[in-house]
Design a protein around this ligand. Structure first.
Ligand code: NDP
Length: 328
């Protein structure tokens, strides 16, 4: 066993310190599959881990990075053998289990999915946790039974990672997509992904009334807080809102009015511990339904050494779409 390069978060008296340094393979945590990481990505939660802004890192030292695509190096798991290409999102990787911003990762084989057919490892990571969460949100709306015939679909935080993929997926599924963004300069970008209308997020982010004019039949919300409360207040009768994010805040200052007077449903989305069957179904649908040209148009790729300066940028809402980290 030797060492490999990794981004490492260490605990300090004042909080935490991030360093790009050699990491001893012998210090990897337990797992039955060791993976040579090829690509990782930047998600909002990675920003929290890299900066220490919220206590998502629960163990020190920690290698942050919540998702990766890579090649199996060694395996004691019956489903995987050396050379297999795999994808990992969630399961506490980069939070409680040593993560993806490293040349190597050792994880439980049960956490992995095979690289979805039709996607390259780089494309799978252009999707990453954010895009996979957008698909889980769409699947939740579908399961609820709401359809494009019922009215428009709103996406909040539309220029971000979850939002960009959600816009592309909803448009492809036939929805009239309203993209809410604080960045007017990204209107053409969002229309290119399939948005039919742009809504200034200022219209949603302040505390509002318990009920408003019914404007959309469905929504994917990456923002939470007062925005989610307003989204619920303006959802059409019997519509549904998939709540997956907290970019504005973790609170939800709402009332029961949308639920009991309009039959609106709030659908919770948790991508971290999704069971295997649903996970694989989501990835298969991504490979089938996501327009790869649109995926390319929302993605930029950065070098491994650049990870250290990305955390602040995503928390400041300055990152557009998806960012792939080329680790190998
Ligand atoms: P991004 O930073 O890429 O996207 C978030 C977007 O939200 C920003 O681009 C911005 O969009 C908008 N935004 C940012 N700050 C504010 C604010 N203060 N008020 C209103 N809108 C704001 O992050 P991701 O797409 O990676 O993640 C989005 C959210 O989803 C995060 O909260 C993340 O933690 C959560 N998430 C949850 C998962 C789950 O399992 N439930 C999985 C993955 C992500 P714009 O400029 O267009 O307004």
């Amino acid at each position: 066993m030797g060492t490999f390069k990794a981004w490492v978060v260490d605990k300090t008296e004042g909080g935490q310190n991030l360093a790009f340094r050699d990491f001893d393979e012998a210090d990897l945590m337990d797992g039955d599959v060791t993976v040579r990481v090829g690509h990782s990505t930047l998600n909002y939660k990675d920003g929290l881990a890299l900066t220490g802004r919220s206590p998502v890192v629960r163990r020190f030292p920690m290698i942050p990075g919540i998702d990766f695509a890579g090649t199996v190096e060694t395996s004691d798991h019956p489903d995987y053998k050396p050379g297999d290409q795999v994808v990992l999102t969630g399961w506490g990787v980069g939070e409680t289990h040593l993560g993806a911003y490293a040349k190597k990762a050792r994880v439980k084989g049960d956490w992995l999915v095979p690289l979805p057919e039709g996607l390259t490892p780089e494309q799978a990571m252009a999707v990453g946790t954010a895009g996979y969460t957008a698909m889980l949100s769409l699947m939740a709306l579908d399961a609820h039974g709401v359809t494009p015939a019922d009215g428009p679909a709103l996406v909040t935080g539309a220029s971000g990672g979850v939002g960009s993929v959600a816009v592309a997926l909803l448009a492809r599924a036939g929805w009239h997509v309203i993209a809410s963004t604080g960045r007017a300069s990204e209107a053409d970008y969002l229309k290119g992904l399939g948005a039919a209308e742009i809504l200034d997020r200022a219209e949603l982010e302040k505390p509002g009334r318990p009920l408003g004019k019914e404007r959309w039949a469905a929504a994917i919300d990456a923002v939470g807080s007062a925005t989610l409360a307003n989204v619920l207040a303006m959802t059409k009768a019997d519509g549904a809102v998939a709540a997956c994010g907290l970019a504005q805040g973790m609170d939800l200052p709402t009332s029961v009015a949308p639920f009991i007077l309009r039959g609106v449903s709030l659908l919770g989305i948790n991508s971290v511990t999704t069971p295997q069957k649903k996970r694989r179904e989501a990835w298969a649908r991504i490979a089938r339904d996501l327009d790869l040209d649109k995926l390319a148009s929302m993605t930029r790729t950065v070098g491994f050494e650049e990870v250290g300066r990305l955390g602040e940028a995503i928390l400041a809402g300055q990152v557009r779409g998806r960012t792939v980290v080329k680790v190998a």
